[in-house]
Design a protein around this ligand. Sequence first.
Ligand SMILES: [Mg+2]
Length: 319
Amino acid sequence: MSPDKASDARNIDLGPGKEFDIVRILLSEWGKSAQRIGDDAAIVEVPRGEKLVITTDTSVDGVHFRHEWLNHFEIGYRATAAALSDLAAMAARPLGIVIALTLPEADRVEARALATGIREGASAVLCPIVGGDLSSGKILSLTITALGSVAQPLSRAGAKAGQRVYVTGSLGGPAAAVRAWQAGKEPTERDRARFANPVPRIEPAVGLAQRGATSAIDISDGLIADLGHVAAASNVCIEIDVDRIPHVDGVSSLQAANSGEEYEIVATAPAIDTEAFAAEFGLALTEIGRVVAGSSGVELMKDGKKISAPPGFDHFRDK
Ligand SMILES: [Mg+2]
């Protein structure tokens, strides 16, 4: 949407009622980020020649985050960024998000902080909030549906033998933050920020597609687990050089390889000038392996030899 159109967008007046009072709080925090909320359904325009890309992502207290770990701003921000990251994985740009929010009585005093986090997560990638639904309930939960568009989406099924494997950013921070919390400690600011305030890699993913990438996935389950999805969908073998995996200080390559909730992008592509990419997007891009023909799966390599892979991240695993 053009800036002109965005400034024309009006939210429709809401009626009286307790539920609408909370909606009014949300809307006042969202300000111009909220567009045309209040009608029965949202209307978005898809640029001519592009495909509509839709993804939905649920964040539930006790499963995807913990109250003791994150404040409400961070809960809202992180849920929004996680949903938008799935658009990045397809190299799509966002058109809008709709939010289904279950807000227990105890969390109502934090509605404003939650709304601010959602707004910041969306505005980090210039995404408007176009609709939502509010319910009471026992557990805080945000289901965010993100709408985007792209002419030629990237898919998990597009990896081809002969390509190289690239990953954005530096891995391991979120896992380090979770390990600290589990040990009853406060994570470092850096690790906490990597967990609580990830930035969806929308423009870098578009840049990868423009440079010939044919497959991509965002790292929500862990690098190895997510590359396993690409290998299976593409029916190829993906070899990863463990020592080339970019990781934050204080985290081993294998810990980084198994760190979930990263929201970085891993893609397969022909050779890319990683320095020029980093200069354009202000984000590291690292070549970490290659796509080869053979039985589908991921092989971890160290000093030219195969080593066994760690298990992937599991949302339902005891933490
Ligand atoms: Mg994903």
